[in-house]
Design a protein around this ligand. Structure first.
Ligand SMILES: NC(=O)c1ccc[n+]([C@@H]2O[C@H](COP(=O)([O-])OP(=O)(O)OC[C@H]3O[C@@H](n4cnc5c(N)ncnc54)[C@H](OP(=O)(O)O)[C@@H]3O)[C@@H](O)[C@H]2O)c1
Length: 416
């Protein structure tokens, strides 16, 4: 009966992984690690340890000695830094030190598979329009003009560590898209930020409208999302499926969705109306200080141009851009918005930190980019993965869970 160890167990992907393994009978012991917050799971199968993966390796070794050998590792720890070079250094070092500690303890001799969670930055979705659909064999964006990418660093560290042990243990890496899940005060949290925006915006609006803050291009674009629960099912599958060893996998819900389809449902959930003209030419939203940022050139698509029969010169200087008709970070500072949040906070007994830690910049990017992000699931499906999650259901259920946990105002009681 295998033992699992999950790093980043309090984060959005780690927390869902812990819940998934708890549901499944085959795991006898689940070791959860995080840096600061205590694990929120209370179950006899769980042993929690607080370890700073940036800290001293000797400390890490002595803590890991207490938890004992493990069969499967799920590495969901992540530390954000806006400087891509520093993010590479930090996240690369955390992984390297952790594997080093397992090696020092002799635990790698016992290990069966190491699962690493990365994401779609693998394809440069943060740098501009990618080649679509994104597939795992797409060339890595490395060297001039591309910025450092900590995913590449982590994948190299992991595969080199397995090779150093003659591949006696194997690895798998996942690339989720924007994750829909539950976590508190983490770095990228789409559902919490969206739920805060929807509840406060629709309550401030006299007509109870819910305006889409991003741009029309984004509203009309196609995207995939990743439910944290589905991703957790996937990492369990990737750990146990013999064919998944030493492989990388996209992980998305399995439907292709758009805000034109999701936003009206979100509005309805919050008892709000979709504005008659969501994207007025004249500045209805000018008071909210719209913002526009051109992304650097070239976009990732340029790297693939020749191979797919497009003229690289034509694409090279094509700016992708981010446009918000309502700049959410600025909107969140408006006096009437802050006042409404405080009213809702007091009415529902919420924590001020939820508002203070809302990941506005992250969702501004997700709603403001002027391009689609569509990902292929063919590789995993070809190996027998059958998981699927309807994206709207994932949003609706996650928002409900966040309400039940006292993180978000209850949509059904907003104006009662
Ligand atoms: N969130 C998304 O929408 C999304 C989308 C695509 C890809 N991804 C990728 O998924 C991976 C996992 O990210 P996530 O979003 O699940 O992370 P997250 O929700 O921000 O959680 C980060 C976790 O890492 C732990 N951690 C941070 N620094 C640590 C340290 N020094 N020592 C030990 N633990 C530390 C945190 O512990 P504490 O709580 O104790 O600080 C927390 O449990 C990342 O590669 C990320 O890029 C995320």
């Amino acid at each position: 009966m295998p033992t699992a160890l999950i790093t980043g167990a309090t984060g959005i992907t780690g927390r869902a992984t812990v819940q998934q393994l708890l549901k499944s009978d085959q795991w006898t012991k689940i070791i959860t690690l995080s840096r600061s917050q205590k694990s929120s799971h209370d179950d006899p199968k769980i042993q929690h340890a607080t370890i700073d993966l940036q800290g001293d390796t000797k400390d890490m070794v002595s803590h890991l000695k207490e938890v004992g050998e493990v069969d499967y590792v799920f590495f969901c720890a992540y530390l954000a830094d806006p400087d891509e070079g520093k993010a590479l250094e930090i996240n690369g070092t955390m992984l390297k030190n952790f594997i080093g500690a397992l090696r020092d303890l002799g635990y790698l001799k016992h290990l069966k598979r190491f699962i690493l969670v990365n994401g779609l930055k693998q394809y440069g979705v943060h740098l501009g329009v990618p080649k679509m659909p994104m597939v795992e064999t797409d060339t890595w964006l490395e060297g001039n003009p591309w910025p450092p990418n900590f995913y590449y660093e982590q994948q190299r560290i992991l595969s080199a560590a397995a090779a150093a042990d003659a591949n006696l243990w194997t690895w798998a890496v996942t690339y989720p898209q924007d994750v829909i899940g539950v976590a508190q005060a983490n770095f990228m949290n789409l559902a919490t930020a969206l739920g805060l925006y929807a509840s406060v915006y629709s309550s401030v609006s006299e007509d109870h409208e819910l305006a889409f803050p991003g741009c029309k291009e984004n509203y009309m674009a196609f995207n995939n999302w990743t439910s944290a629960k589905l991703h957790a099912e996937f990492v369990e599958w990737a750990a146990l499926e013999p064919k998944a060893g030493n492989q990388t996998f996209n992980v998305v819900n399995g439907d292709t969705e758009s805000w034109q389809n999701l936003w009206p449902r979100l509005a309805e959930r919050y008892g709000a109306k979709v504005p008659k003209n969501m994207f007025p030419k004249e500045g209805k939203y000018k008071d909210f200080e719209s913002s526009h940022v051109d992304m650097p050139t070239p976009p990732p698509l340029w790297y693939h141009a020749e191979k797919i029969g497009l003229d690289p010169e034509e694409i090279k200087n094509d700016h992708s851009w981010l446009h918000q008709q309502i700049d959410i970070a600025k909107w969140a500072e408006r006096p009437e918005v802050v006042k409404k949040w405080e009213e809702l906070r007091d009415k529902f007994g919420l924590d001020q930190k939820t508002w203070d830690n809302a990941t506005w910049v992250f969702i501004s990017f997700l709603l403001g980019r002027n391009y689609s992000c569509v990902t292929s699931m063919s590789k995993a499906r070809g190996m027998g993965w059958k998981g699927y999650q309807d994206t709207w259901t994932a949003f609706d259920e996650t928002l409900t869970e966040l309400e039940e946990q006292g993180i978000l105002p209850k949509a059904s009681e907003l104006r009662k």
